[in-house]
Design a protein around this ligand. Sequence first.
Ligand code: IMP
Length: 179
Amino acid sequence: MTTVILHDLAFEPFISSKEIDQAVTSLAARIDEDYNGRNPIMLVVLNGAFIFAADLVRKISIPVRMDFVKISSYKGTQSSGEMNEHFLWQSSLKGEDIIIVEDIVDTGHTLHYLLDKLKAQYPASVEIACLLKKPTAYRYPDQPRYEGMSIPDKFVVGYGLDYNGLGRDLESIFCKKEL
Ligand code: IMP
């Protein structure tokens, strides 16, 4: 597939399905090894992480539990910094091992907003699994433990990620074309 047009922007192929699959497989193997004998709760950050989470948990062999939060901060192609909390987890998280599943970590504001909320629940542990990270945009000293791929500070869509609601259903990841 070549250029994809979503609303007013054009996107070009950036990360293939094969590369995504390899990254998800290797994250799953690390989680299996690290959580052997435990049943972590995979806390999926909606909407963007739904495809990544579905693939990741099916590659993980240990039995995991699932829960979901819906938080957003992005407007168009920019992180707005202002957090919209639509809903949070349903499970009791006290004493549990939590793995936050994020599609992409950009500034890190969404993640740290969630980490602050989670602290008040007294989980046994909290780690982060993200498919993509933009290291030059990231503003915090701590790093996600499970990181699929580092990408430049560019706007991407596909594999769950959207531009104003479109692009989530693309099988691979596309990058905004610079004009
Ligand atoms: P942060 O709070 O700046 O780290 O942004 C994280 C959230 O913004 C992610 O969960 C995505 O929903 C969204 N986001 C960040 N970068 C992109 C991108 O390149 N494409 C689509 N969504 C993005």
